[in-house]
Design a protein around this ligand. Structure first.
Ligand code: C2E
Ligand code: MG
Ligand code: MG
Length: 438
């Protein structure tokens, strides 16, 4: 391919989303890959996938795909250097070629800038919409300077990027295997949500002073028919990045509340904790969804705790604050999960309407062996109590750790020592037996 004659450089005049632009971009890639090879130079290919572009089009009241794409490309241009090229490869994919870069991190920087550029709502006559893009990156000389192979590598990286929080991924040689694992799972997950193939397991939380069971954390489980169990982090990653996290959250909430209603009939009334992903937290419909689900199952709001991770509070503090306030307005309790791993400051704790801090398992496991971890656990417990919050230690696996937590005044424990996460029926028996004992 690199032996093709250099094409006329007329890409500038072509419509950025039209067929001509696509051809031009591919020719440009051809030529620049050859240059990179000949000069031992560097080059990067970025594939931007515009997830939810259909939603954008619907919200913009249906302009032709080409118009939507040119709106997107207009957004991207200022994030790029004048010598970079950008064109749409399809209705949902934009390709960017970064010729002659100095270092691979330059490609990552460009990807981050592009993601940011697309983060703000895109407006058109009909309305506004936010895209959920992800970017796959392939670089030369880390990959061979072959245009077809580079595009393929960028595409594999794009699929992986779709499951990652950061929204981009640089192709590594071992990625082809990982991509195979993910491939098709998004479609399977949509099916699994529809057909109730997913399950929720419940891990009890008991008091430290008298081992009374008081609550349970709902944890998502998915046994894929051919791939076997899929880690909840992966499920959430896929859901977030294919735009179905909203339906997944809705599914989990309803599954928990349905189960809560069923247990309540027999007088079993734990408080239930449900995890919320960072991406769910920006969904403006979330408080209404919570309220509606509570109403449907007739569960008092204060019996539900929504767990958000500390890192999801760091981004846009004002927006997070507004969302948490609305959630709190529904009457539910709020917890900060994995506390201690992020960077929450005291100022956050004072302002955010939270009820509980969950001490990350990492610190709990080092509690007795590591002085630093011991200090952190103690500080988190004190901090929680100073702010009138409940302190919950997770990942408690042995009795000495439990005893130490009790000594430190921690309120609740959750961990394998008490019980593994249990399927519905086993959880019910566990709870009944434990209540009798307490
Ligand atoms: P998390 O919310 O911090 O949940 C605690 C994790 O620690 C669970 O892992 C639990 O099984 C595990 N664990 C509990 N006790 C012990 C212990 O004594 N030792 C050890 N080694 N591990 C323990 P799991 O179920 O794999 O979930 C992982 C993460 O996935 C959760 O972390 C949560 O962030 C996320 N997740 C799970 N279900 C959901 C869901 O429905 N929605 C969302 N958005 N995220 C979920
Ligand atoms: Mg949790
Ligand atoms: Mg946790």
């Amino acid at each position: 391919m690199s032996s093709a004659p250099p094409p006329a450089d007329h890409g500038f005049h072509a419509h950025p989303s039209g067929e001509g632009a696509r051809e031009d971009l591919l020719r440009f890639l051809d030529r620049e890959a050859a240059v990179a090879q000949a000069t031992n130079g560097r080059l990067a290919v970025l594939l931007v996938e515009l997830r939810r572009v259909d939603r954008l089009q619907a919200l913009l009241k249906g302009p032709p795909a080409a118009v939507t794409l040119s709106l997107v490309i207009e957004r991207l241009r200022p994030a790029l250097r004048p010598e970079d090229r950008v064109a749409a490869l399809s209705d949902e994919q934009v390709c960017i070629v970064l010729p002659r870069i100095a270092h691979p991190t330059q490609a990552v920087l460009a990807a981050v800038k592009c993601l940011r550029a697309l983060d703000r709502p895109i407006a058109h006559e009909g309305g506004t919409a936010v895209l959920r893009p992800c970017v796959g990156i392939a670089t030369v000389p880390e990959n061979r300077a072959d245009p077809a192979q580079l595009l393929m590598a960028a595409d594999v990286a794009r699929r992986i990027a779709g499951t990652r929080e950061e929204g981009y991924h640089v192709f590594q040689s071992e990625d082809s295997i990982e991509a195979e694992v993910y491939h098709g799972l998004d479609i399977d997950l949509q099916r699994a949500i529809r057909s109730n193939e997913l399950e929720v397991h419940y891990q009890p939380q008991v008091t430290l002073d008298d081992s009374r069971p008081v609550a349970a954390e709902a944890l998502l489980r998915w046994r894929h028919p051919t791939s076997g169990p899929i880690a909840p982090g992966t499920i959430v990653g896929i859901a977030e990045n294919t735009g179905i996290i909203g339906s997944l959250t809705f599914w989990v909430l309803n599954a928990v509340l349905r189960y809560a209603a069923q247990l309540a009939k027999d007088g079993i009334t734990p408080r239930f904790s449900v995890n919320l992903s960072t991406r769910t937290l920006v969904d403006q419909e979330l408080p209404d969804i919570v309220e509606q689900a509570l109403g449907t199952w007739g569960i008092p709001a204060e019996r539900i705790t929504l767990e958000i991770t500390e890192s999801s509070m760091i981004g846009d503090a004002e927006r997070t604050m507004a969302m948490l306030t609305r959630l709190k307005g529904t009457g539910v309790q709020l917890a900060i999960d994995d506390f201690g791993t992020g960077y929450s400051s005291l100022a956050y704790l004072k302002r955010f309407p939270v009820d509980e801090l969950k001490i990350d398992r990492l610190f709990v496991s080092g509690l007795l062996a590591d002085r630093g971890d011991h200090q952190i656990v103690r500080s988190v417990i004190d901090l929680a109590h100073n702010f009138d919050l409940r302190a919950v230690a997770e990942g408690v696996e042995d009795e000495p750790a439990r005893a130490e937590l009790a000594r430190m005044g921690c309120d609740l424990v959750q961990g394998y020592l008490v019980s593994r996460p249990l399927p519905e029926r086993e959880f019910r028996s566990w709870w009944t037996a434990r209540e009798k004992r307490a």
